[in-house]
Design a protein around this ligand. Structure first.
Ligand SMILES: [Zn+2]
Length: 211
């Protein structure tokens, strides 16, 4: 029933490089239950068998097959109004998460829609379960958060909405990195120009010196 929505978003995430071949996971809330991608599923090639239905509050026979990130999805559903969650590993956002405590977009759309994106964790977070409370708490006020060195968790009413925040964050992060690289190039050019200017008086003196 939901497979087409999962397939569409999963394929986009994979083709845009927001997840690796077997990385990331997604879920939809269904009342007291949820549907989540299978442990180790390939988001770019999802089938019916890759969707696992289990409880938000309880375990059942299907639970062990669910994504290893199930506990985080459950905590988010328990504490927010989210109806859908996308967890991805966007590379530019990951790179910035290693250096920033929050990501502040420079572009107009990012500023308007994301404002600022919290980065959670003191160092690289190897187990998201160590920061579950912070992730769920931050997602009460933000569309998306970054877990340092691990990935993004985005929420929405539909998978497509959570996908939108993931894609937008990655685009904003690419711009931040590009702008910083250009800034460094400009600084480099300026200092070269300054060096030229500094060299001028000496050259001029040389020209004026009698033979
Ligand atoms: Zn992950």
């Amino acid at each position: 029933m939901f497979v087409a929505e999962f397939q569409k978003v999963g394929q986009d995430l994979f083709l845009r490089g927001l997840v690796s071949s077997h990385g990331g996971n997604m879920s939809l809330r269904l009342g007291e239950g949820l549907v989540i991608t299978r442990r180790g599923a390939q988001l770019g090639h999802l089938t019916d068998n890759d969707l696992i239905e289990t409880g938000v509050e309880w375990n059942d026979r299907a639970t062990p097959s669910a994504s290893s990130e199930l506990a985080v999805h459950r905590a988010i559903y328990q504490r927010t109004q989210a109806q859908a969650i996308v967890h991805a590993h966007p590379v530019s956002a990951l790179a910035l998460s290693l250096m920033e405590d929050e990501i502040v977009p420079l572009d107009a759309e990012g500023r308007l829609l994301l404002e600022r994106v919290p980065v959670i964790g003191d160092g690289v977070v190897e187990q998201v379960r160590d920061v579950i409370d912070q992730v769920a708490l931050c997602l009460k006020q933000h569309h998306i958060v970054m877990v340092r060195g691990h990935g993004s968790f985005a929420v929405g009413q539909l998978l497509d909405e959570a996908h939108r925040w993931t894609s937008l964050l990655e685009e904003s992060c690419r711009l931040i990195i590009t702008a910083r690289l250009l800034g460094e190039a400009r600084v480099g050019r300026r200092s070269k120009k300054k060096r030229r200017e500094a060299a001028l008086p000496a050259a001029a003196t040389e020209m004026l010196r009698p033979p």
